[in-house]
Design a protein around this ligand. Structure first.
Ligand code: ARG
Ligand code: GLU
Length: 689
């Protein structure tokens, strides 16, 4: 009996990732994971999840725009994603008369749905391992450049063949495992996608940046769209004649809800992860890059906060900018802390020690050292580059000069951008940020890495403050009318402006002094990782490896589960409307809920209305809007965030603390009914229970 048990544990230990619930798996290879998924409670087959022969769940999932996920919830093209994913579209349809961001938007019939030029959704038709075809023609002894050109030619042939049918097909060959494998991805891209509904931001963005990356969470982060197609159900440009797209598959909605311990999986498009990098890279991220970027962003956030709290108009102007600065700022704090807490650098060093011993005498010998040398050469340059991006490149006036310079010959495009810029520009913030970040640039960048031009200028001015005062006083770009009046003939004036001069001098410095070394070392590093990745797979043949995320469709599975953020504290995994009412405060912008929600609650009966839940699914940026699916394949939630304490999962996953945050699908239904009064949408949905 004992022996049998041991054999069993060994068998299941084989082909496991390092940590339970870790992994972003390739849908086409899900048959390799399905036994484990079923062990954990899943009742689906591999073919239910991904199939090229029949409709499967993959046909109900889309890449929404170019950085989010969405899913079909009706056979008439109705799609749901996050509010923060549809934010740009909602904003573009908003004006003072119809502020859909503030008040929400609900189409009450099909002809009220709003078109969104430029917005696309992409369905994955199929994905195929094309490694052999792509490398066909790569011969031993070829140089890397020769290998690259074979890969390029073969990939072009494959994508050409795959899209021959037309009808909105596009295809890409993507390297996986640093080019040890290649997959062909074929997508059908729809271009007529209309806004159907969105809650007011006080629900869709409830908690704002105060609660972002946090639990307990109460954000109703969803928006609804509809995909339209031509009469033959094919992608088409917007037209009044288009009809709702009939998908091969859409999700059934479960109203049963979730409980701690339930199996769930997330089907979506995580953007980028680095799970297999060396200790040197992890140390750079956790001890150098993240802390310095956090410090620089703290400077900017402080300036923004000061002016935003003084003036309501400024608060509106800078709310979106402030949110995007704060988003990564908070994420990096969790990442750096998580890397330190998990001792990842030391763990990786110990692993590398074992790897090096094993690699002796093989073609993998010396790889870790080689990567170490390459990082040692790259990092000072990369650090300077990151400094440049988080300082000089954040000065809005310089951004404007660059945009105007490049669009000068197209007056209409230029003027549109200038109008948009000044609508949300508050010069005192920009001036104060200029001083703060350029001061930091001067103080923290090693002398040898500062551009000569910068040192001369600063010496001539004597101080950053004097430089700033002079630049903002002399630059024509602070004056909207002057910038609007610029025409093609004014290139000289633009290029003699002190703001352009500064923008351009730094750009030259980057292009000449940093970029060559960064490009060369990055190429060499990626190349070395091709071998090191293969080496890691050979070193641990029993381990299941998943490729780093690359914004292609993945399956991440795990369980609904709370976590202990600190000693003596346990977070339960489900939040409810009661918690929204507890946070509600008309004086705090992020917590000021609509009066209707207060009234609904006061009328009683909704105390335990579920709002959000936590699970152990391994997700990343890009998984926003992804379907969260139960053991029977029904939709129970919409992924929209992770907890900040677990954001190191892009590098190292901790089953104890890495949690994704999802909207409970029942809160979406609640909003459609009680806030949007759009229950007519239920008629096209399918309910499992
Ligand atoms: N943290 C989530 C993500 O990375 C949500 C961001 C949008 N929300 C916000 N409050 N900034 O996209
Ligand atoms: N909010 C993120 C997104 O837009 C998801 C959070 C994460 O990084 O997991 O994709």
């Amino acid at each position: 009996m004992k022996r049998k048990l041991l054999a069993l544990t060994l068998a299941t230990a084989l082909f496991q990732p390092l940590h339970a619930d870790e992994g972003m798996w390739l849908p086409a290879l899900i048959s390799q994971r399905i036994a484990d998924m079923q062990d954990k409670g899943c009742r689906l087959s591999a073919e239910d999840i991904y199939s090229v022969n029949q409709a499967s769940l993959k046909d109900a999932v889309v890449l929404f725009g170019s950085g989010c996920t969405g899913e079909l919830i009706s056979d008439e093209g109705l799609l749901v994603t996050n509010h923060h994913c549809g934010y740009g579209q909602i904003q573009r349809h908003s004006s003072v008369e119809h502020d859909y961001l503030k008040d929400g938007f609900w189409a009450m019939r099909r002809n009220e749905e709003l078109p969104n030029p430029g917005l696309t959704v992409s369905f994955l038709e199929r994905m195929d391992d094309v490694t052999a075809a792509v490398l066909n023609g790569v011969l031993p002894g070829m140089s890397e450049a020769q290998r690259d050109s074979v890969v390029k030619v073969r990939s072009a042939e494959l994508t050409h063949q795959a899209t021959a049918e037309g009808k909105g097909l596009t295809a890409r060959v993507e390297p996986l495992f640093y080019g040890n494998q290649y997959f062909l991805y074929v997508y059908r891209v729809f271009r007529d996608v209309r806004l159907v509904g969105a809650p007011p931001s006080s629900i869709g963005k409830f908690g704002g940046d105060t609660d972002n990356w946090m639990w307990p969470r109460h954000t109703g982060d969803f928006s609804l769209f509809r995909i339209y197609a031509d009469k033959d159900n094919n992608p088409a440009d917007y037209s009044e004649d288009n009809v709702p797209y009939r998908p091969k598959r859409s999700f059934r909605i479960s109203r049963k809800g979730v409980q701690e311990g339930d199996f769930t999986f997330v089907y979506g498009c995580p953007g980028s992860t680095r799970e297999y990098v060396t200790s040197d890279e992890v140390r750079y991220i956790g001890e150098v890059s993240d802390p310095q970027k956090i410090a620089l962003r703290t400077l900017r956030l402080n300036v923004q906060k000061k002016y935003m709290s003084q003036d309501q108009a400024v608060r509106i102007q800078y709310s979106s900018k402030n949110a995007s600065v704060a988003n990564a700022w908070k994420k990096w704090q969790g990442e750096a802390r998580g890397i330190a807490k998990m001792n990842t650098v030391a763990e990786k060093q110990a692993y590398e020690q074992r790897f090096r011993q094993w690699a002796r005498g093989t073609r993998y010998e010396g790889l870790v050292e080689k990567l170490g040398d390459l990082y040692a050469r790259r990092n000072p340059y990369y650090l300077a580059y990151e400094y440049y991006m988080e300082t000089v490149r954040t000065i809005e006036l310089l951004q404007l000069t660059a945009a105007v310079q490049s669009k000068l010959s197209d007056k209409k495009a230029k003027d549109a951008q200038v109008e948009a810029f000044f609508k949300d520009y508050y010069q005192p913030i920009d001036e104060e940020i200029f001083a703060a970040v350029m001061e930091a640039f001067d103080q923290h960048l090693p002398e040898s890495f500062k551009p000569a031009w910068f040192k001369e200028k600063l010496a001539a001015y004597g101080s950053v403050a004097t430089w700033r005062d002079d630049l903002f006083a002399r630059s024509l770009f602070t004056d909207k009318e002057k910038v609007l009046n610029l025409t093609e003939e004014d290139l000289d004036r633009v290029e003699n402006d002190p703001a352009w001069e500064m923008y351009n001098a730094f750009l030259q410095w980057y292009a000449e002094e940093l970029r060559p070394v960064i490009s060369e070392t990055t190429r060499a590093i990626t190349l070395a990782y091709r071998d090191y990745m293969q080496g890691q797979m050979d070193f641990e043949p029993g381990k299941a490896f998943y490729p780093d995320a690359n914004l292609t469709l993945r399956v991440a599975y795990g369980h609904v589960r709370g976590y202990a953020p600190a000693d003596g504290v346990y977070y339960r995994p489900v939040s409810t409307l009661k918690g929204i009412i507890e946070k509600d405060n008309p004086d705090i912008f992020d917590y000021n809920i609509p009066q209707t929600l207060r009234d609904i609650y006061a009328a009683g009966g909704h105390d335990s209305q579920p709002v959000c839940f936590l699970a152990t699914n391994h997700t990343s940026g890009g998984n926003s809007g992804s379907p969260v699916i139960n053991a029977d394949g029904d939709l129970v939630g919409i992924n929209f965030d992770r907890v900040w304490e677990g954001t190191m999962s892009d590098i190292v996953y901790d089953p104890e603390i890495c949690r994704n945050i999802s909207l409970d699908i029942r809160y979406l239904l609640f909003n459609i009914e009680h806030i949007g009064h759009a229950s007519y949408l239920f008629d096209e949905m399918k309910f499992a229970d």
